[in-house]
Design a protein around this ligand. Sequence first.
Ligand SMILES: Cc1cc2nc3c(=O)[nH]c(=O)nc-3n(C[C@H](O)[C@H](O)[C@H](O)COP(=O)(O)O)c2cc1C
Length: 224
Amino acid sequence: MEFKEAVGARRTVRCFQPDRPVEAAKIRRILEAARLQSQHGNAQLVRKAVVVIKGETPDAIRDALIDALHRQPRAAAAPVAIVWVQDMAGWTPRDENRKQFLDALPVPTGDGWAYEFVDNGEMSSDDFYLQMQHNAQFAQWLTSFECGLAVGSALLAAVDEGLGTGLISGRREEIRKLFNMPASCTPTHVQLLGYADETQEVAGPRSQPAFDDLYFAHTWGNPL
Ligand SMILES: Cc1cc2nc3c(=O)[nH]c(=O)nc-3n(C[C@H](O)[C@H](O)[C@H](O)COP(=O)(O)O)c2cc1C
């Protein structure tokens, strides 16, 4: 599918063919699209996911997930659910990753990227997670931003694979415990996947903000 077609066609799908499985290769390509998204300072390990597949994941776990998603009917209808997770512990090896990134950088370090920056820059630390304890809000925000980038790609990749998809929210702490995630993890949103049920109203009403309410030229509020 052409990129702009996927962007334009993406909508939150609410009706799925419950008994039509999603091919494993499609799921992998969707996850791959998220994995390849840009990341802050080559952090690498902050956005993760657990994939729940109807007929493969134990029913008790899938049922408990549906329950934690407030039993929204589409959660039960979708054969696949990707539980997107942000993991604050993923920041820990950050400095090493940044240095590897530096070694592999195809351009000279004149733009400010240097070992000294990694070691002494304003966000340097052996343990970013601990350092950011006093500014947990910023650390969480940064991590959520990264996770959102990845999930955005995964949504478009699902459309590109000819699937219906959409995000759904639930009780985070319950979901974290259900999958035995460590305390550093926060489940963000769950991405549903499946073939859209074309015999039903698949997406529902949708309104998008006006372009001019969002984007400005030269100064805030000035139309582009
Ligand atoms: C982060 C996020 C969480 C969402 N959670 C839910 C949800 O729990 N239940 C639901 O029906 N829709 C949920 N949605 C879907 C939005 O309500 C829907 O995307 C919105 O109406 C925009 O429509 P569109 O995705 O078709 O453009 C969620 C969307 C996002 C981005």
